[in-house]
Design a protein around this ligand. Sequence first.
Ligand SMILES: C[S@@+](CC[C@H](N)C(=O)[O-])C[C@H]1O[C@@H](n2cnc3c(N)ncnc32)[C@H](O)[C@@H]1O
Length: 200
Amino acid sequence: MNPDHEKLCSSPDWAAYLQSEILPAVTAGIRLGQDMLEIGPGPGAATTWLSPHVASLTALEADPAAATRLAALCPDGNVTIDTGDATQMPYDDGSFDSVGSFTMLHHVPTAAAQHRILTEALRVLRPGGTLLGSDSLASNDLHHFHAGDTYNPVEPATLLVWLRTLGFSSVTITVDEVLTFTARKPSPGDDAADACESQR
Ligand SMILES: C[S@@+](CC[C@H](N)C(=O)[O-])C[C@H]1O[C@@H](n2cnc3c(N)ncnc32)[C@H](O)[C@@H]1O
């Protein structure tokens, strides 16, 4: 991140905004489950809000310095910080009940890598688990703010198509001040449940 960006993402104002405006809305009605993975936690504004909501929170951060700083912020308790790339998640299939991605996809330099991250999210989710997230929408201001930094916002329609074609179900995309999304990994019982529902 460029210095201005780093400063904003580490600020109390950013944490207050994310924690009061975004996270309660995107998690409303979602079962986060016992084991959650957060990708791209950065300074941890979402991490600190999410950790009391789950039994175990794993955060996967590509930047080793950011991962070290965040680990110092979360010394004990239920948070594990791993350094690694979300395009190649170091976790077994079906490891998590939920995967969260907040303000990180636009920092992923190519569409192929963004798509790969969603593929990995589907792989590491348990059947019935949920992917949820929020991200910035493309704008001139956002572009300028990312001078010298990666700037690759995902088009909401592209995200919808990717999630559906990867095999997620119950996809919701909301476009407002920011983009928010939820998507479910189907579970084997879904077809039978759908058949019962359609016969009602
Ligand atoms: C703008 S920060 C967002 C931080 C935090 N999620 C928030 O909303 O405040 C984006 C973070 O994603 C991380 N990141 C970018 N690409 C990544 C990847 N492929 N795997 C894991 N983390 C990544 C960056 O290092 C950075 O810390």
